[in-house]
Design a protein around this ligand. Structure first.
Ligand SMILES: *Cc1c(COP(=O)(O)O)cnc(C)c1O
Length: 402
């Protein structure tokens, strides 16, 4: 053991251990219960968890699956999306949104994003509809709902299916609804970094449509109904009974987890917005079609995230925009030097990915997606973060923008 003074506490981007420590005894009890039941595939643990998530979302059905990615894939399969079809999604998102479209032989068509809420630019969505467009996947990025009323209106007019990628936003509110309950399907992820973080990979698809729910259930299990009679070509997209049971232990705390994240976000915003060179993103720029320079002071070195008044944000990420060439990466270096975790979600939009190079997407029009990918940076926001740890982050950020 060294007698040197301890380094100041590190501030990780995410630490799962304190959250699990609080419920460790319950998790162990549940593990033992499932172990002794001998039922590991589907069954009552899965059904209970599906019901709880459907209830939280305000939907009729929940279908537990192996990951958020598989929830997207299964939704597209249930809607019979395939070769020759186009599916529209934002370019500024996690790869899974676009990857699932391409895996089914359909073509992802990318929209630009709003510089305030980071979500789909609805006007661009409407522009990109063709006679081959079958569906749209709006993403509720970082914990905040996309502009669903407009997206639903445009989709109904053009007869498009809507899959809400709510991997980062389960439980987030849009006006009087929960995300995932508005389109034909909603998809959630329980990847450990999401607000309801699992113990490995898992996901859920929710819907109000009885027929689509049935199809998704059958497809989840090799398209089999009844046993060894295959109606459809499905796959193994099942969630584990053990995973469902463990997640059910966390679920009663879910509102509290999200509230703590919101409190942490409010503290960052309160402290950082006092600085002259820092601006809060201007909600008046909403409409998801404003140029990024408009409305924010020219001398703002950093722009803080905000929630539209009609949205209940669940703050999966607190994502700053750091302006000026190379400045974001300079801040990233400074934070890591000081033991503070951060991450770039996402450094390369989908229209610039090598695997989509042959899509001939009109890259020139996705201006905001390009700018965001160069400016964004997410800082620690997890529920168990202390004020002292946040203060360390604030001190470094203040120094950087002074
Ligand atoms: C995490 C995530 C996914 C995929 O979820 P997994 O459970 O990791 O497969 C899909 N879309 C978005 C926007 C995500 O953040």
């Amino acid at each position: 053991m060294s007698n040197l003074p301890a380094n100041p506490p590190q501030v990780p981007l995410l630490d799962l251990k304190p959250q699990n420590r609080e419920i460790e005894d319950e998790l162990i009890d549940v593990f033992v219960r499932v172990l002794k039941s001998g039922i590991f595939i589907l069954g009552r643990e899965v059904e209970n968890f599906e019901q709880q998530i459907a209830e939280l979302s305000g939907t009729k059905h929940g279908v537990g699956v192996s990951s958020g990615t598989d929830a997207l894939l299964l939704s597209l399969m249930a809607l019979e999306i395939g070769p020759g079809d186009e599916v529209i999604c934002p370019s500024f998102t996690f790869f899974a949104t676009a990857g699932c479209i391409a895996r089914l032989g359909a073509r992802p068509v990318f929209t630009d994003s709003c510089p305030v809420c980071f979500n789909m630019d609805v006007a661009d969505f409407e522009r990109k509809i063709t006679s081959r467009t079958k569906a749209v996947i709006p993403v509720h990025l970082f914990g905040q709902a996309a502009e669903m009323d407009s997206i639903m209106e445009v989709s109904r007019k053009h007869n498009l299916a809507v899959i809400e990628d709510a991997a980062q936003s389960m439980g987030a509110g849009y006006r009087d609804r929960r995300v995932g309950s508005i389109g034909d399907f909603g998809t959630y992820s329980f990847f450990p970094s999401k607000n309801l973080g699992g113990f490995g990979d898992a996901g859920m698809l929710v819907t109000n449509d009885d027929a689509l729910a049935k199809r998704a259930r059958v497809l989840r299990n090799h398209g089999m109904d009844p046993k060894y009679h295959h109606l459809l070509v499905g796959g193994n997209f099942r969630i584990d009974a053990l995973q469902s049971a463990l997640l059910s232990v966390k679920l009663p705390q879910y509102t509290a987890y999200c509230r703590k994240r919101a409190e942490n976000a409010a503290f960052y915003t309160q402290e950082l917005s006092r600085l002259d060179t820092v601006a809060v993103a201007d909600v008046k720029q909403c409409g998801c079609k404003i140029s990024p320079a408009e409305g924010t002071p020219d001398d703002a070195k950093m722009i803080l995230p905000t929630a539209y008044p009609h949205n209940e944000h669940i703050w999966n990420q607190y994502t700053l925009r750091v302006r000026g060439a190379g400045r974001r990466d300079a801040l990233r270096a400074l934070l890591s030097e000081n033991g503070i975790g951060c991450e770039i979600y996402y450094p390369r939009p989908m229209h610039r990915q090598e695997c989509f190079a042959d899509l001939n997407s009109d890259a020139g029009t996705l201006t905001n997606a390009d700018i965001l990918s160069q400016e964004v940076m997410s800082i620690p926001i997890y529920p168990e973060l202390t004020r002292e740890m946040q203060q360390q982050v604030i001190d470094i950020l203040s120094k950087f923008v002074s």
